[in-house]
Design a protein. Structure first.
Length: 378
């Protein structure tokens, strides 16, 4: 098994009123964090920052277009529409929650989390339901292992709160003998680029573009940018692009673009980190553009695309986020639909001859934020 490592910070827990974790206070930098440090008094959060409406709907047939193969594909337009759901939902959490079984020998059970996109309340509820955190929002899963598949910010109301929670849980899990780790998503690359390069023109492959414009078009929240601090930026820039855990190749994007960055997991992760270290706007844009491609594992040739990655990097199944399951299935809701509940997502989507597991439940379109224990039998 190949496992990455990252050190996270400690922070502040949720208010008692609802299972919401907000306004964490992360130390000057996470290496100095005491994983046993007690949080201060719970802060009373204000109302959610209002989510920016996304009314533009994908043209007919666009939801099933194999974007992975699109000539000159570049995310200078809104990559996927987001059905306007208004503010984030207040998700009730029952005091009764699953207890994570503890291993007496070897590592604990393995869990993965799909794209969160700023929906902090939904994340807290999902982690609580699986027994990974307690009612106060602290790690309660002992030696369990938890991987986030990337895309913590944008589109939803509290991306920085999500990052702070993941950083704190990382320290708490490590202290308990487990771990909480995260992968680099295309929205981490987008936020890093918007902060570093702003309106600096980049060569998009389809004319002039800027990170700032692409970030806003793809759900960038000004409240996240205002709260973004150096320790958030450093944490995002050091995230791995892929990892192997219990025979599962974990990546963010359903793309074969990872093959462009190395012939091993270590090489890919090093190449991505080095590219971000060089701080070249065009190079970072190309990285972001490639990791924004999607749907490589769907339709004809999808299983073969998965096999290419598995043959190169190892594993028997690939687990990814990035492309919402309703889009993979062609079951996309509409703002004008009579079905106010939006798309129905029961759980992860297994496809590509059973070789791929999609974990983005479409929380941004009133779907479901997925937390799943692996292995998944069906």
């Amino acid at each position: 098994m190949v496992e990455g490592s990252m050190t996270q910070g400690a922070g502040q827990g949720p208010e008692v009123r609802t299972p919401t974790v907000r306004d964490f206070r992360v130390p000057a930098y996470v290496h100095e964090a005491d994983p046993y440090a007690q949080p201060g008094p719970y802060a009373q959060p204000g109302p959610h920052p209002q989510q920016r409406p996304h009314a533009q709907q994908m043209p007919p047939g666009e939801g099933t277009r194999p974007v992975e193969d699109a000539e000159g594909y570049t995310p200078t337009q809104r990559d996927l529409p987001v059905i306007n759901r208004g503010d984030t939902l207040q998700v009730p959490v029952s005091p009764e929650a699953t207890t994570v079984p503890q291993s007496t020998a070897g590592p604990g059970p393995l869990y993965v989390v799909g794209d969160v996109h700023g929906y902090l309340d939904e994340l807290v509820a999902a982690l609580r339901e699986k027994g990974l955190i307690d009612i106060d929002g602290h790690w309660s899963a002992g030696t369990a292992r938890l991987w986030f598949l990337g895309d913590f910010t944008d589109r939803g109301p509290d991306g920085i709160g999500v990052i702070d929670l993941v950083m704190r849980l990382s320290a708490e899990a490590a202290a308990a003998g487990g771990y909480c780790k995260a992968l680099m998503g295309n929205h981490e690359l987008l936020l890093l680029g918007a902060k570093r390069f702003g309106d600096t023109p980049v060569n998009s492959g389809a004319g002039t573009a800027t990170f700032q414009a692409a970030w806003l078009l793809n759900g960038g929240q000004k409240t996240d940018m205002e709260r973004l601090e150096d320790h958030h930026l450093q944490w995002m820039a050091r995230l791995d692009a892929m990892e192997l855990a219990d025979g599962h190749l974990l990546v963010h994007s359903d793309t074969t673009a990872y093959l462009d960055y190395g012939d091993s997991i270590e090489a890919v992760n090093d190449t991505v980190r080095e590219a971000l270290t060089r701080n070249d706007a065009d190079e970072c844009w190309d990285l972001f553009r490639k990791f924004t491609k999607r749907f490589a594992f769907r339709d004809d040739g999808g299983a073969q695309a998965v096999r290419e990655l598995l043959d190169m990097y190892g594993g028997s199944r690939i687990v990814h986020g990035h492309s919402p399951i309703p889009y993979l299935l062609g079951e996309v809701g509409s703002e004008d639909s009579d079905d106010a509940a939006g798309p129905v997502v029961e759980g992860p989507h297994v496809y590509a001859d059973g070789l791929a597991i999609a974990m983005d439940g479409g929380v941004t379109m009133a779907g479901k934020l997925l937390v799943q224990q692996l292995p998944l039998d069906s």
